[in-house]
Ligand binder design. Sequence first.
Ligand code: SF4
Ligand code: SF4
Length: 249
Amino acid sequence: MNTTFSCVGCGKCCTDHHVPLTLTEARMWAADGGQVIVLVEAFLGNGLGLQAQQREHAERRSVVVRSGATDAHVAITFAAYNVGPCRNLDDDKRCRIYARRPLVCRIYPAEINPHIPLNPAAKDCPPESWEQGPALIVGGELVDQELLTLIQRSRQADRDDIQLKDAICARLGIRTTALKGDGFTAYLPNMDAFATVIDQVTAQPLTPEQSDWLFHLSGDDVAGQVLAAGGQVVTEPALTYAFISLRAA
Ligand code: SF4
Ligand code: SF4
């Protein structure tokens, strides 16, 4: 099916969305006085947590770490913490930092993950935005070359930043992950500390981080699977993070 799209400027995508940021954008967000949320998920070296067709994309945006007796692949997202309207959205629903807005703001409503097909019904954009404008998807493929370039840049930033993000998390004491598909762990670091650690880590030659990660799971059954694979599981959840479960109620 072919899809047309033209943004109508409703501002909905700028409200109640945590906007994923590149490392450079996260540093900028902190400098501007914004809050960053850190979202963490991982799958095990044996593939636990991973759907087979996701492997290539998931591996590229993750870093190989240790958890107990096993390897794990941790993906770390730094995102603008937007509860309610984004701090940059003005009363006329315009972006105050439009010229330097994050990459993901330029890509929405297209998908960055190649395994997620664009579903207009799942997006915030109102029906009229899909009924006008140039072709966005023809024959199942994105046709906007500029958009494709932005998506490639976003994927490349994920790959380029992941080891630095791991080092930044270690210095901030962020060492508990969720299992991919089971949930996320979510941290709200102090922004002064966050900015300082980014500056420290990016000023040094990068060395792989050695400290282990622990898993926080949604239930004893999943915890049993991670333990059986050799992973390390939290016994006393810390108050420094929230666990966001993806398990169906
Ligand atoms: S930075 Fe601008 S475009 Fe991005 S969410 Fe905020 S207001 Fe919207
Ligand atoms: S929700 Fe869609 S139509 Fe509304 S501002 Fe965002 S991209 Fe534009």
